[in-house]
Design a protein. Structure first.
Length: 376
């Protein structure tokens, strides 16, 4: 498979999007192939910045570099204004922007900005139940003791902060969150809950559920993909074998549920009918997670060949069946992503995170560049 050709086509779209988006950030498209843009109201702004940094690393294009720096400066203003930061997705926002610039440019101001972001994320730590509260203010009746599987991808910002500062509190809290996620979000059959509720005073487990999946006991595919990648990254930083094993278990389950074209439906338990939405973004995340997992598996692992073959089938299908392949009018890379099918919000559209992880997967395969989740 010619990954280089696909990357070149994403670059053509990105150069057009720099002009189209201006100072704003894309989230999802709304049925017309055009991205809805926002001014720092979402958890998603870091993905556009991450696309810019990956594109610059590949192309060394000074115009893309300037746009990437501009995106970081914009996110710096967001942090200074404390705008839209009352949630746990700080890692998505600042690992792919400020930390990315530090990794690529070794810019000291960006390193400090990423550390400030880690401090913002630490304010979500709730000491009584020992967890990072996903959404809502402290003490909130609905969300006060709630975790979601997505948070695993925010934790690398904290592992990195410990490496940078020597302060163990960042990584210690991240480790407790990863362990709690492993114990309560991963079910016995290797499927996963999207979310889990705890008593916010005692920390006692209450129940698993979902916010975006088909039903509470179903397996939302994007959540399963976050788990594959997030637990592999937890292993990279914490070196606990059970995190690697958990990532592999979740990966095996994901692969066993895929349809013939190797790209996931939006929920593994939703009825699979002719018009059931796919989620190409879930498969893009999953591919990146498997590529991370494979870096840590020993060469003689009995499932290594199976996982390697499966991930190449998934990325090949994304390239051949879902990729816009240099369209001059469509603004995204991957068609048929789903934001919230349950919430009837962009159930079959472009997702900026799907675009980011698609490009990250291509860059891992072509140049061994793994994104911005850890220091290289």
């Amino acid at each position: 498979m010619n990954w280089k050709s696909a990357i070149e086509q994403t670059l053509a779209t990105t150069r057009l999007n720099i002009k189209r988006f201006g100072d704003q950030f894309p989230i999802v498209s709304l049925g017309d192939g055009k991205y809805h843009l926002t001014d720092h109201t979402s958890w998603t702004e870091g993905f556009w910045s991450g696309i810019l940094w990956l594109s610059y690393e590949y192309s060394k294009d000074p115009e893309i570099h300037a746009a990437a720096i501009k995106s970081v400066d914009s996110l710096k203003k967001r942090l200074e204004a404390k705008q839209g930061l009352d949630h746990h997705d700080i890692g998505f926002l600042y690992s792919l922007s400020a930390k990315a610039r530090w990794i690529v440019d070794k810019d000291e101001d960006s390193r400090l900005l990423a550390l400030q972001a880690a401090d913002i994320l630490m304010k979500r730590w709730r000491s009584a139940p020992q967890l990072f509260q996903a959404w809502g203010p402290e003490g909130d009746d609905a969300n006060g003791g709630r975790i979601i599987i997505d948070c695993l991808m925010n934790l690398p910002l904290l592992y990195w902060a410990t490496q940078q500062t020597g302060d163990r509190s960042y990584a210690d809290c991240a480790s407790m969150q990863a362990e709690k996620s492993r114990r309560f979000l991963v079910r016995g059959d290797d499927s996963s809950y999207h979310t889990f509720y705890f008593d916010q005073v005692t920390g006692n487990a209450i129940r698993g559920g979902t916010e975006q999946g088909f039903q509470d006991g179903s397996t939302w595919t994007r959540g399963q993909a976050w788990g594959v990648y997030g637990f592999a990254l937890a292993y990279r930083h914490l070196k606990e074998p059970y995190f690697l094993d958990t990532s592999k278990r979740l990966a095996r389950y994901f692969l066993e549920q895929l349809p013939e074209d190797h790209v996931a439906y939006w929920d593994f338990d939703a009825p699979q009918e002719q018009d059931t939405p796919r989620d190409s973004s879930a498969s893009a995340i999953f591919v990146c997670g498997i590529l991370e997992l494979l870096e840590h598996l020993p060469e003689d692992d009995p499932e290594r060949a199976f996982l390697d073959e499966a991930v190449h089938k998934s990325i090949a299908s994304l390239v051949n069946r879902y990729f816009t392949a240099g369209s001059q009018t469509e603004e995204g890379f991957l068609r048929h992503g789903s934001y919230s099918v349950r919430g009837k919000s962009s159930p079959d559209d472009f997702m900026i995170w799907g675009d980011y992880f698609f490009l990250e997967a291509l860059m891992r395969l072509e140049q061994g560049i793994p994104g911005y989740w850890y220091e290289r």
